[in-house]
Design a protein around this ligand. Structure first.
Ligand code: ATP
Ligand code: MG
Length: 599
């Protein structure tokens, strides 16, 4: 796993699983790009091409062999010759089948390998995206690019690509041989082509529309279920089960209706095509019979022609339905490329240098910041923390405290002003080493699937077992970990759902401790911990903060009394600053807040 305290992994999706399908915006460009991914398998693709051609030649040849078999062996009554020819026919079909088998195995491999590369690119990209991207996009939608869209592309690559080639070749080869046997009879078949094509594409269009509708109804249903599952407690406590069920029934009915339509049309495809083919067969038989009687068409030729005309409809149907699959896959690929093409975090400038032996002096000068253009969130923030200093940020909800912390590890870049660490502007520090110099305990905790030990060690992967336990002891997490069924080897799943909020927070603090950073950012680190334990942790935190520059946010003002400097924020501005005693004496906002809490 990549190093970094700031990494966010997956997360419980909150949104709907977006429905795949729909028309791509730039079909050609996307197609070329998918093909360029395939390009790395060039050699294998050539092999597939050869196998497809050989397979088709075998299948065409097999049908054609009926002609000499009938004309030269059956009609004259040459039994031993017939047996030989039949054996040969068997070999031809066998080779054809073998080719198709190997080809589909190969194609499967090519498809899977290509999608694996695509998945790697998508995941690697996700790791490099700025925090802003995750703040502005739905997890569910991003997830669906890994699942639905990726599946769509992989299915199409494995199944459809060779199919197109083989359909086109079969069509062309069949036509040529049919012309060779009897041009007149071929014209009869060709009259049927538009009928076949239009009936196929009519059905395909219909079923596509309803399949699209079915997919988005399915997306709605998934989203709904997901939301209701994660909101079960809220639903139960407010007694909304009936409404929730009614909502579910509505969405479920909608899906049912659309699925029925989709199934109806796609189910109609086969029988309809069979009728058209049968009609075609009847017409060819009648005309062919007449030709055999009047124009001297040989019986063997007629027999093998009938064989061809029966195969003739298949590639047409295939091509009509492939068109759809491919469009849906291209739309899926486009959604994947959209993420891959997202702007990553800008690269470090050439001025940026590694940052070792950080003393931890933090300085902000007149910093302005906005998340969205035109909506200034931080206004003229200035603060200075000498190495080892403890600075506290207090203020009402939404005042901008977390936002200030987001700026130090450069989760977001500032609009104007300057932020310096050890006298160096952030832009001149290599991002990775900047982030390595600090540890952060976020307001919302995050634990990965793995053992307690792994989760603490995530702060610094090289940490020894002793260091992990040391960090846990320092931050008062040790005593509860010891009481877990398997201690440090207890497996945490689902974001640590088997732990209490406070325990999760303790692990997050221990993780920051093990990182041994010069700068410590604590955002409401003790908010979920009872007052008695808080005293314990407070002692641990105080020890942890010794010799480190710390920025702490706390609603409970008792925890920050000993800070070197307390900054009171209101509406993105610092309205008061000073030590606890100074601020109390000033009888301002801080004093008011403090008295509210303690009197
Ligand atoms: N990702 C974001 N995109 C746009 N606006 C945001 C984003 N995050 C926060 N804001 C806005 O910025 C302002 C400051 O938010 P911030 O999270 O810094 O508050 P806070 O002081 O940490 O509050 P709390 O005590 O509730 O944690 C709020 O008005 C909020 O609406
Ligand atoms: Mg906050």
């Amino acid at each position: 796993m990549a190093r970094g305290k700031n990494m966010v992994q997956g997360g419980r999706g909150t949104g709907k699983f977006g429905a795949p399908g729909g028309k791509p915006a730039d079909t050609r460009g996307t197609l070329l790009r998918v093909l360029s991914y395939l390009g790395q398998e060039r050699r294998q693709i050539y092999v597939v091409g050869v196998l497809v051609v050989v397979g088709i030649v075998c299948s065409l040849l097999g049908s054609y062999m009926l002609r000499p078999i009938i004309n030269n062996y059956i009609l004259p009554g040459d039994v031993s010759g017939l047996l030989k020819m039949l054996a040969l026919l068997g070999v031809v079909y066998l080779v054809g089948t073998l080719c198709t088998f190997i080809q589909s195995r190969l194609m499967n491999r090519i498809g899977q390998r290509t999608v694996t590369r695509l998945r790697i690119d998508l995941f690697t990209k996700m790791d490099r995206l700025p925090v802003r991207y995750f703040d502005t996009h739905e997890y569910g939608d991003l997830m669906s690019r890994y699942t639905n869209d990726m599946d769509m592309v992989s299915d199409t690559l494995t199944d459809s690509l060779a199919d197109i080639l083989s359909s086109v070749l079969t069509l062309a080869g069949t036509l040529v041989i049919m012309f060779y046997i009897s041009p007149l009879l071929t014209l009869t078949v060709l009259v049927m082509v538009p009928v076949m094509y239009f009936s196929a594409s009519f059905i395909v269009r219909r079923s596509r529309r309803y399949f699209g509708a079915q997919q988005s109804a399915l997306g709605n249903l998934n989203g709904y279920i997901e939301e209701m599952m994660s909101g079960q407690k809220v639903i139960k406590v407010f007694g909304h089960e009936k409404e929730v069920e009614a909502g579910f029934d509505g969405i479920n009915d909608d899906l049912n209706g659309k699925s029925e339509h989709a199934q109806f049309y796609s189910g109609m495809m086969m029988p309809l095509m069979q009728s058209v083919n049968t009609l075609n067969y009847v017409v060819v038989t009648i005309v062919g019979g007449l030709l055999a009687i009047s124009r001297g068409l040989d019986v063997g030729g007629l027999a093998s022609f009938l064989q061809y005309s029966r195969q003739f409809g298949r590639p047409i149907n295939d091509l009509a339905s492939l068109y759809n699959t491919i469009q849906a896959a291209i739309a899926g690929a486009e959604r994947i490329f959209q993420v891959i093409d997202e702007e990553p975090e800008p690269a470090d400038t050439h001025k940026a240098a590694r940052f070792d032996r950080v003393k931890g002096e933090v300085e902000m000068r007149d910093v302005n910041f906005e998340y969205d253009p035109g909506k200034l969130i931080l206004k003229g923030i200035s603060l200075h923390a000498g190495p080892g200093c403890k600075i506290a940020l207090v203020g009402e909800t939404g005042a901008g405290k977390t936002t200030i912390m987001n700026l130090l590890p450069r989760f977001y870049d500032i609009l104007s002003g300057e932020i310096e660490i050890d006298g160096r502007p952030l832009s001149e520090i290599e991002r990775a080493s900047l982030r390595r110099s600090m540890a952060i305990v976020l307001q919302e905790t995050h634990l990965f699937t793995g053992t307690v030990r792994d989760n603490i060690r995530f702060g610094r992967l090289e940490a020894t077992d002793e260091e992990v336990v040391g960090a846990a002891k320092l931050t008062a997490a040790h005593s509860f970990i010891r009481r877990l069924p398997k201690g440090y080897d207890t497996l945490l799943e689902n974001d640590g759902a088997n732990l209490s909020q406070g325990q999760r927070q303790l692990l997050n603090i221990a993780r920051a401790a093990v990182a041994n950073p010069s700068i410590l950012l604590l955002d409401e680190a003790t908010s979920n911990i009872d007052t008695r334990s808080e005293l314990l942790i407070q002692r641990g935190l105080d020890k942890l903060m010794e010799g480190r520059t710390s920025l702490i946010i706390a609603h409970r003002l008792s925890t920050i009394r000993n800070a070197h400097q307390i900054l009171v924020l209101e509406n993105g501005r610092i309205i008061e600053r000073g030590s606890h005693e100074q601020l109390l004496a000033a009888k301002g906002k801080y004093a008011a807040l403090y008295h509210q809490q303690f009197e």
